[in-house]
Design a protein around this ligand. Structure first.
Ligand code: FBP
Length: 549
């Protein structure tokens, strides 16, 4: 197989471990901290997790390895959307298992959690693993979005583990996958299967973070990749001086990705969904806000600009959420057939006009026709509007255009549109993600060796050099609370949205007015893998600001 020169070079990169994991395995001791409790709903979570609740936080330290010698047979699963560095979690896990005992075995269950149920796997060896070191993607074993959550699935999983003599499962996933990891750990413990479960925090969205988990892996590389391209677009805009670029960035509901890209590139506009919701902003207010920047810049001879739009923003606009709920209701069950049977858009429009409240119809009317149609044509298997498919970058540029016409704007406004998401999810992991992911995997093996279950592999102090990182583990139940999901109360890891009183947002808020009017673009350039540490190893501005003293 032909490989690129960079891939070849990256095979040789030696990921940096936290200082305390750099000694030989025999010198990795463990320090147990305080017993933990969940962030909320303690009594309920405790009742649901009687075998795994309340365990102690642990930290590794230089000392004597006091774990019981035991051959480990571990299964690893990649779950959900790709995030740069996933391969290195597997590599770190493999290397630590082999360093602990060359007889240890690592299985990789294929195509996500379903691989465990289908007993579809590979067994890793050096030759296989070496082809994936420090590379992007999840293609080493594939990923999937099947959820492991039912008793029936757990029974099958138990049988598969027994068949192979598996002693532990490592689940690499986001908040949902790690919630399910906690439930699986509890099931295995309650049924005395002897199988441990360890989670690793993954997602480019950056929304799996809390007091214990400083960031999910992949966020660093994905945001650097998007920021590189946004910076290039800014420079193009500043050179040609004739386009306004509307750039939508992935991140699902949370705006961490958009905010980090804004901190790195200083665009003229960046919407933050959490702020839109807090201020109950309407589509018209958002359009006015952007149009103000377009006008102010045009008055200074700058008919160009860059606006970043977070993927999930429309769901945070209260009037838009109401509209979506009404549309879902309007087309529920058999009503969808009656709607689909209508031959022309004109007839469909009349049906819609009759079915929506006048408030929602007013919102619907201001949407561009393409978006109006999208709301009715592309629906998920439950018949609901697929909000994530809405081209919000086009929606907002169109709304801004209409505003400018209303205002009698005489300048030029030529919008161009971009959507960055898949471009960043499989990039070669930055040095930070290469190091962080390898450490997460290596650390997961140590947690297994020490007999812990229901823990998330935890590496902290991440804004410092890797030698100062702290390795350990935190019971997943500590991060849980009860939330309403699909009409039921469920124990879940709390999803982290952008905090409007947090330092990253505050920094952005303090600067955005000048960024909107003037040109303060920052061009971060491509991710650098070789060179001075301040260029190659630094992580996100979000983390730097959050950890700033
Ligand atoms: P995870 O939450 O599974 O990490 O996935 C994140 C994400 O990349 C979101 O940013 C995006 O909305 C979604 O996945 C896209 O999903 P898909 O890969 O199924 O198109």
């Amino acid at each position: 197989m032909k490989i690129s020169a960079l891939q070849k070079a990256r095979y040789e990169y030696q990921p940096k471990l936290p200082g305390m994991l750099r000694h030989g395995i025999a010198e990795i001791g463990v320090k147990e901290g305080e017993a933990t409790q969940s962030v909320a709903d303690q009594a309920k979570i405790k009742a649901l997790f009687p075998n795994t609740y309340g365990k102690k936080e642990i930290t590794f330290e230089k000392g004597t390895n006091t774990s019981v010698a035991k051959k480990q047979v571990v299964g690893v699963i990649l779950s959900g959307g790709q995030a740069p560095g996933g391969h290195n979690v597997v590599c770190g896990l493999y290397d630590a298992l082999k360093a602990i005992n060359p007889e240890n075995v690592l299985y990789g269950f294929k195509n996500g959690p379903s691989g465990l149920i289908d007993d579809d796997y590979v067994v890793f060896d050096d030759e296989f693993i070496n082809q994936y070191r420090n590379t992007g993607g999840f293609d080493i074993i594939g990923s999937g979005r099947t959820k492991l959550e039912t008793e029936a699935q757990f029974e099958v999983a138990t049988k598969v583990c027994q068949k192979h003599g598996i002693t532990a499962i490592v689940i690499i996933g986001g908040d949902d996958s790690n919630t399910n990891a906690a439930v699986l750990a509890e099931y295995f413990a309650a049924h005395k299967t002897g199988v441990q479960v360890i989670g690793c925090p993954k997602t480019i969205d950056g929304d799996l973070k809390n007091d214990d988990i400083e960031c999910s892996f992949g966020f660093d590389t994905a945001t650097k990749t998007y920021s590189e391209v946004i910076g290039n677009i800014e420079r193009d805009a500043n050179s040609a001086k004739k386009y306004w670029h509307f750039v939508k960035v992935m991140g699902r509901s949370a705006s961490h990705v958009a905010l980090e890209c804004a901190l790195q590139t200083q665009p003229n506009i960046c919407l933050i969904s959490e702020e839109v919701a807090a201020k109950k902003m309407s589509l018209s207010q958002i359009a006015d806000y952007i149009a103000d920047s377009v006008e102010a810049r045009a008055n200074n001879g700058m008919n160009f600009g860059v606006a970043i739009i977070p993927e999930g923003v429309v769901e945070f606009v209260p009037e838009f959420s109401v509209l979506i709920a009404e549309i879902n209701e309007l087309l529920a069950g058999a009503k969808a057939e009656a709607f689909n049977a209508l031959a022309t858009w004109k007839e469909k429009y009349a049906f819609i006009e009759k079915g929506l409240t006048s408030e929602s119809m007013n919102v619907f009317k201001i949407l561009p026709e393409g978006i109006q149609k999208q709301l009715f044509l592309e629906r998920d298997p439950h018949g609901n509007v697929q909000v994530s498919l809405i081209e919000s970058e086009k929606l907002f540029s169109e709304l801004v255009k209409n505003k400018l016409v209303e205002r009698g704007f005489k300048g030029r406004f030529n919008p161009l549109h971009h959507f960055f998401g898949y471009e960043g999810r499989c990039a070669f992991p930055s040095n930070f993600d290469s190091d962080y992911c390898y450490s997460l995997g290596y650390n997961a093996a140590m947690l297994i060796q020490y007999g812990y279950t229901g823990y998330l592999s935890k590496i902290s102090n991440l804004s410092k050099p890797a030698s100062e990182w702290v390795a350990g583990g935190m019971p997943i139940t500590k991060m849980m609370n009860i939330e309403r999901r699909h009409g039921e109360d469920k124990p879940v890891i709390r999803k982290a949205l952008v905090e409007l009183d947090g330092k990253p947002f505050k920094y952005f808020e303090a600067h955005r007015e000048e960024w909107a009017k003037e040109t303060y673009f920052l061009y971060p350039g491509a991710i650098q893998y070789y060179g001075p540490a301040e260029v190659c190893d630094a992580t996100t501005k979000t983390l730097a600001l959050e950890q700033e003293k």
